[in-house]
Every structure is written in structure tokens, then in C-alpha cells.
Design a protein around this ligand. Structure first.
Ligand code: ATP
Ligand code: MG
Length: 392
């Protein structure tokens, strides 16, 4: 009975001159999100997007669309011809299909089509009367109704709905440019990626492994996380890169206490070497200030000094519990807590240096052939294209 979904958008309405470009981007993202349902058709109407279901059940499409950033709210709607009789009949039908039986109601009319034969209060009164006479147990309450029937009369037709579902908010993915996110198998970096996507970033993912010391299962875990994140974006590119040689070189020649910092600097350099070709404008990590030894201000400074790219840390100032709450909500938590070793954990020093100076880090690094190690790592690069459907 709900043959359409009405999509409303929020923050891009405030974007003045770029607005039409952003609307096109959001439209494109919505089309991508529903592409698995062949019958579904998407089109723009003024300041809204209308998704025509053509027989596809509304529920799964709504669930998918509630993960598209840039959408403020969604409503399953009935789209009908804009004449009084048809609208009245549709309002009655809509009432019969509401999930919980309301005892009070009101009708709210918005009339974009000013040539329509009735003004808004008259149409609301007319439809209200008809609903009352068809439903003996209902009364009107204009202040605190159990249900509100919205009627939106436009040039091309009328839309009726009673339900408004909250959207994912944020900005359309792609509007803020492309970045590279360093994805471990942990709890924090998937949340950082999600937050980056929510602010409109198109994210490519890089995961470093040290196969055969890290397992294939650990890699599948990262693919699963990527797939869950793709459910909030479009298909994602996962770059898999081996740092086995890098780790061996650091282990052999450098002080144990600085290992994590040195490895992280190498990770940033490897990403930077790919950045120009891939169009990455910044790096994203899941660091959170003070969470572990390498995430002190001194540690962050020493790591960031290895790259000229901006480093974004979306969860940098957040408490662990808040990060966990988001991870649960976005669906990554259960995967993140699977116990498979990451390249960093198998290599972690017993007593990491919490307040390293850049000078001592650079001195320790003199023992490494940095350029050679970056090149070796890049030779192992493998890129996988991962979609949301891969998780199912
Ligand atoms: P996470 O939960 O994201 O693993 P963490 O608190 O365990 O974070 P670290 O292991 O110190 O912290 O990693 C800090 C950040 O470095 C990660 O959030 C991630 O962005 C990056 N990182 C760590 N290990 C890897 C890896 N194997 N591949 C890619 N990025 C990594
Ligand atoms: Mg980690």
C-alpha cells in the first residue's frame, strides 16, 4: 500500500550555491543504495527525492536508506492523483493500515499546488470528517494526537503519510573529497571511518597485515568490517598491504620501546606514496588521545611528522565507552571483538615509550632503509572492492 518512500534532506539545504550539485550527489548515493532492487526507481521532486517501490516491500528499502548520509528523514508514502475524492479515500485506507490503532488523530495539509480546488484548512476538514465517519472509535485532537495524517498536495500529485523515520543525517558521501583511512581490526578505527563518512568523505581503506604471522581469519575480519561500513556508503576499496619486512627490519635494528611509533610512521609513508594516484587528500585514523602508549601528544606528533598529509582523528577526543556505543549502533562492534591478532599486537613492545621525542625517533629510524621498505610494502598491494551485500 505504501508504494513510495519520500526522502527529505537536511544540512545540504543550507549550502546555498552548491546546493544543486549536492542534491545530485545525494540522488546518486540513493540510487546506489537501492541498486540491488531492480524494480525500484528514484527521482527528484522539488527539495525531496521520491523512491518508487513498484511492488518491492518498503521495509528493507527503508532500512537501507536509513543508512544514507545526508538524509534527514524518510516516510513511506501513498502517492495518489491530486483530487479531493482520491485523497480522501487514500486517507481512509492509510488509517486502516497504521501499525498501532490510534484513538485520536489530526490531518495536516501542505499545499504546494496553489491551484488546487480547496485551500489547506478546507481539505483537512473534509478529509477529517470522512475519516471520522468511517471510524466510529476515533476522535480529533489537534494538540496531542496519537496519529497525524500528512497530506502534501503538489503539482504532480498528492502524497499521504503518517510516519516519519529519522535519517542518518550528516552530509552526502563524496561531498567532502576522498581520504585514506587506516583500518585495523579493532573497535576504534571502524567508528572513525563511519564518522568520516558521515561528514561527507569518500573513504578508501588501507589495512596492514604481516602475513604469515597474522592469519587469514584476521583478514576476513577486516573484510567483514569493510562490508558493514559499505552499508553506510557505497562499495568500498580495501587496500591490503604487507608490512612483514618492515616489522622485521624494525625488530632487528631499532629500540623495542619505539617499535609501535616507528611502524605507524612507516604506515603513514606507505599511504602517502599512494595518495597522489588515489586522490587522497588526508589520512584518517582511529587514534584516541591517551588510550594507549602511542596515542599521547608526543606519540601523535612523532607519527604525524612522517607525512605531509593532514591526519584526521574523528574519535580523537572521545571516551572509549562512547566509541563502543557507536560501534554497537553501526554494527561493527561484534566483528571488532573477534580475537584475531593484528600486526601491531603481535609486535607490541613490553614497555612502549609514552613520551618519545621526534629526535630520538628519527635517530632510531636512521638504521632503516625507509624508501626500500616502502617500495617492498607497495609491491604486496592488493585491492578488493567490497560491497554491503558481502556481509550477508
Ligand atoms: P583500533 O581499535 O582502531 O585498532 P587501537 O586503539 O587499538 O585502535 P592502535 O592499535 O594503536 O589503537 O592503532 C591506532 C590506529 O592506527 C588505528 O585506529 C588505525 O587507524 C591504525 N592502525 C593500527 N593498526 C593498523 C593496521 N594493521 N592496519 C591499518 N591501520 C592500523
Ligand atoms: Mg588496534
Amino acid at each position: 500500500m505504501f508504494d513510495h518512500i519520500l526522502v527529505r534532506y537536511g544540512e545540504i539545504n543550507t549550502k546555498g550555491q552548491n546546493r544543486s550539485q549536492l542534491e545530485r550527489l545525494l540522488m546518486n548515493n540513493v540510487q546506489q543504495a537501492v541498486k540491488e532492487w531492480e524494480a525500484v526507481n528514484v527521482r527528484r521532486i522539488s527539495s525531496r527525492i521520491l523512491v518508487q517501490l513498484n511492488g518491492t516491500p518498503a521495509e528493507p528499502v527503508l532500512t537501507r536508506l536509513s543508512k544514507v548520509f545526508g538524509i534527514s528523514s524518510l516516510s513511506p508514502v501513498m502517492a495518489v492523483r491530486a483530487d479531493v475524492e482520491t485523497i480522501t479515500e487514500a486517507a481512509n485506507q492509510l488509517f486502516d493500515k497504521l501499525p498501532s490503532a490510534p484513538r485520536t488523530f489530526k490531518v495536516e495539509v501542505k499545499r504546494g499546488n496553489k491551484r488546487f480546488v480547496m485551500d489547506s484548512p478546507t481539505l483537512a476538514g473534509h478529509v477529517g470528517e470522512a475519516v471520522l465517519s468511517a471510524h466510529a472509535d476515533l476522535t480529533v485532537d489537534v494538540h496531542h494526537p496519537d496519529a497525524t495524517i500528512h497530506i502534501d498536495v503538489r503539482d504532480e500529485g498528492a502524497y499521504l503519510y503518517a510516519e516519519k523515520i529519522e535519517g542518518a543525517a550528516g552530509l552526502p558521501v563524496g561531498m567532502s573529497g576522498r581520504v585514506c583511512a587506516l583500518l585495523s581490526g579493532g573497535i576504534d578505527s571502524p567508528v572513525a571511518v563511519w564518522k568520516a563518512m558521515k561528514r561527507g568523505l569518500q573513504v578508501d581503506l588501507v589495512h596492514f597485515h604481516s602475513f604469515p604471522f597474522t592469519s587469514e581469519r584476521a583478514q576476513r575480519k577486516v573484510e567483514e568490517l569493510t562490508s558493514t561500513l559499505a552499508g553506510w556508503s557505497r562499495d568500498l576499496n580495501l587496500h591490503l598491504i604487507s608490512v612483514t619486512e618492515t616489522q622485521a627490519a624494525i625488530q632487528k635494528s631499532c629500540p623495542e620501546a619505539l617499535r609501535t611509533i616507528l611502524l605507524r610512521r612507516m604506515m603513514f609513508r606507505i599511504c602517502e606514496a599512494l595518495a597522489a594516484r588515489r586522490g587522497w587528500l588526508a589520512l584518517v585514523t582511529g587514534d584516541s588521545l591517551g588510550q594507549v602508549a602511542s596515542q599521547t601528544l608526543e606519540g601523535i606528533y612523532a607519527v604525524d611528522s612522517a607525512t605531509s598529509l593532514s591526519v584526521l582523528r574523528p574519535v580523537g577526543m572521545e571516551d572509549k565507552q562512547d566509541i563502543i556505543n557507536v560501534a554497537r549502533r553501526i554494527g561493527t562492534f561484534e566483528t571488532s571483538i573477534q580475537p584475531y591478532d593484528d600486526c601491531c599486537s603481535i609486535f607490541a613492545p613490553r614497555h612502549p615509550k609514552t613520551h618519545p621525542t621526534l629526535e630520538e625517533v628519527e635517530r632510531a629510524e636512521e638504521k632503516l632503509d625507509v624508501q626500500q621498505l616502502v617500495e617492498t610494502a607497495l609491491q604486496s598491494l592488493e585491492v578488493k572492492r567490497i560491497s554491503a551485500a558481502d556481509a550477508r
